[in-house]
Ligand binder design. Structure first.
Ligand code: ATP
Ligand code: MG
Length: 257
């Protein structure tokens, strides 16, 4: 397992604090020198309490944060953080709230087509849209629906289809199943597993749910206060956590499977 598709070296992120009396807001550091590697075809889970920096980490990778330092290496090429948005065809992000990720006035088909158009000629659009709907197991008639006419699980599938429209190599999934019922969660996770095994996608997956990590991820990173406190295979970290904080997180699982 030494073939990273993406590597983060000493990535630090700062957010502006409160602005007081027209003074320049002070920056607060929320990620501290993060180093991590995502391997080809790997599902890497990021866990940690609320506010530990999981979403910030995901957003930093797609160039969605401003005050950032460090280096990214994507398939052996070094990128400055400010250039990461150049990789939006390679790295896509999906969020928990599928409803607000989709334009409420746009039918699902048009929302996906909008992205397909960036890559395909007009003649191929219909066919590519159908392929994407098939890939995420949405029936063909979904393309005529508006986001509010779909269930939470169907909307999340639509978001996944739209993300896949650019044929990304990495999918960042920020709490994508947290708002869904357990049975719908399992279906979405199975879909993501299929994308990894069939298409070789690599997934960085942030979640609160350690049971999901145990059943779904290969490796896990534990974050606390913007720092990585533990990394390892899911088996190692769950059976023998090195860190007290990890131990406490694991003890907080209501009922371990
Ligand atoms: N846009 C922002 N401006 C200022 N501070 C922010 C912003 N977004 C996040 N923060 C702060 O950065 C820290 C990390 O937040 P982040 O959302 O990355 O945590 P998280 O681990 O994803 O939490 P959760 O599990 O609740 O989703 C928190 O202290 C948060 O308050
Ligand atoms: Mg978050």
């Amino acid at each position: 397992m030494h073939n990273p598709i993406l590597e983060l070296n000493n990535v630090s992120v700062f957010y502006p604090g409160q602005r007081l009396f027209f003074k320049k807001p002070q920056l607060t550091q929320v990620l501290h020198s993060i180093n991590l590697q995502l391997q080809h075809g790997e599902i890497l889970a990021i866990v940690g309490e609320s506010g530990s920096g999981k979403s910030t980490l995901g957003m930093s990778i797609v160039g969605l944060v401003n005050d950032i330092s460090g280096k990214y290496i994507y398939t052996n090429t070094m990128y400055d953080p400010s250039n990461m948005s150049d990789l939006r065809k390679e790295i896509q992000i999906i969020f928990q709230d599928a409803l607000s990720s989709l334009n409420p006035r746009m039918r699902i088909g048009s929302a996906i087509e909008e992205v397909i158009k960036l890559h395909h000629s007009e003649a191929d659009i219909e066919q590519r849209l159908q392929e994407l709907l098939d890939k995420v197991d949405l029936p063909s008639h979904t393309k005529g629906k508006y986001p509010h006419e779909l269930s939470g699980g169907q909307r999340q599938r639509a978001c996944i289809a739209r993300a896949l429209a650019v044929k990304p190599k990495i999918l960042i999934c920020d709490e994508v199943v947290s708002a869904l019922d357990v049975s719908v969660q399992a279906k979405i996770l199975n879909l993501l597993l299929k994308l990894v095994s069939e298409d070789g996608l690599s997934i960085l997956f942030t979640t609160h749910d350690l049971q999901v990590v145990e059943s779904f991820a290969h490796r896990v990173i534990v974050m606390k206060s913007g720092r990585i406190v533990e990394t390892g295979s899911v088996q190692d970290v769950f059976r023998k956590p090195d860190n007290n904080y990890t131990q406490k997180l694991l003890e907080s699982i209501p009922e371990k499977v």
